[in-house]
Write a protein that binds this ligand. Structure first.
Ligand code: IDC
Length: 344
């Protein structure tokens, strides 16, 4: 090869590498941009359940799609004005879930009175911000290590009584009364718990949409379908983590829907059920396709910078708003793109 030709080639390679690096740096540093949201948001007013889906006042089907906070006691900082505005305007979210652990460290039932007061104030702040930015909001009584909701039933009753009173008039609120029953908790226990909580909420908000967790970490919606709670505006939670829960759980969900059960996916991750591990995009896409087909609403876990796969913000990013694409984790990028792509 002649020396001149070699130079030409290396210049071309150099130019190609520079262009590639430029594109890479542009996309990495990209600001998140406005999403094309239509009015499928909280300006539609209070929702109710018709058949297996959420509906607006006119009877149009509404699908809620958004994100969940991590535990409010641990990551309260993302409940802020700019962040909520971005979730709506840029991520295209029309719902935020406020996850309040009940047990675990500084959970609502394990922390002190000061913590309880702060958690309630934070929930109120989150509801107001969601309202300001036209999003629905889920108040989540996040049971986990306290696997049977009856364990803290008294505290739950007092919490929902006070919260529904404080939130009276905010039509954007949905209540999730027990995140994930587990440890062998039977559907009949959950049902009896639900029957004691639902009237407490309905005293202040007679038409509130209430979401009830199901046995085995909110997977056995079939148990609820076989013996539903005979109360209007009640939905049932199904949770999945795409790298763990595959065809068999999707089948359970579609069978329950076909049997007439209104299912709400109030939590999912695209990694494994520990909230960590590898992402499974193939399975995640299958889930999104199925949920969209049946107009199932879905909320992604979790809005934090914790060092785990399911956290949507990179662990080295301390920002609580004004995120760039490069601030998002792999899960965060996938969820951001997916939410924007599927806006109706
Ligand atoms: C996980 C969090 C993790 C935390 C753990 C225990 O991601 O940081 O240490 O809880 O508090 C659920 C639960 C949800 C879990 C999540 C991932 O609802 O609280 O969060 N998960 O394990 N069900 C299935 C998976």
């Amino acid at each position: 090869m002649k020396a001149g030709k070699g130079k030409k080639i290396s210049r071309r390679i150099f130019a190609a590498v520079c262009t590639f690096a430029l594109i890479l740096s542009m996309t990495a540093g990209q600001q998140l941009v406005q999403a094309k949201t239509k009015l499928q948001d909280a300006r539609l007013g209070a929702l109710h359940v018709e058949g297996t889906t959420l509906c607006d006042k006119k009877g149009n089907t509404v699908q809620l799609r958004g994100v969940s906070t991590h535990g409010l006691s641990w990551y309260p900082q993302y409940v802020n004005d700019k962040c909520f505005k971005e979730l709506h305007d840029k991520w295209g979210a029309n719902v935020v879930r406020l996850a309040m652990y009940t047990a675990e460290y500084n959970g609502y039932c394990t922390g002190d009175a000061k913590n309880r007061k702060e958690l309630k104030a934070l929930i109120k702040k989150g509801v107001k911000l969601a309202d300001k930015y036209h999003m629905y909001v889920i108040v989540d009584w996040h049971i986990l290590s306290d696997g049977n909701p009856k364990q803290n039933q008294k505290a739950a009753k007092a919490f929902f009584k006070d919260m529904s009173k404080q939130l009276k008039g905010y039509y954007n609120v949905l209540y999730e009364i027990c995140n994930e029953p587990n440890g062998g908790t039977a559907w009949k226990d959950i049902k009896s718990y639900a029957k004691s909580i639902i009237p407490v909420i309905r005293e202040n908000d007679k038409d509130a949409v209430i979401i009830v967790g199901t046995p085995v970490w909110s997977q056995e919606v079939d148990k609820a379908a076989a013996d539903p709670i005979k109360e209007k505006n009640t939905m049932y939670a199904l949770h999945f983590y795409a790298a763990t829960h595959k065809d068999w759980l999707r089948d359970t969900m579609t069978k329950a829907i076909k049997a007439g059960l209104p299912v709400f996916v109030t939590e999912y991750g695209i990694c494994d059920s520990s909230g960590n591990g590898a992402i499974d995009k193939t399975e995640a896409n299958k889930w999104i396709k199925t949920m969209n087909k049946y107009h199932v609403s879905y909320v992604a876990w979790n809005l934090s910078n914790k060092g785990e796969t399911s956290a949507m913000i990179r662990s080295d990013c301390q920002k609580t708003s004004g995120f760039k694409r490069s601030d998002l984790s792999d899960s965060g990028k996938w969820i951001y793109d997916m939410l924007r792509k599927n806006i109706k």
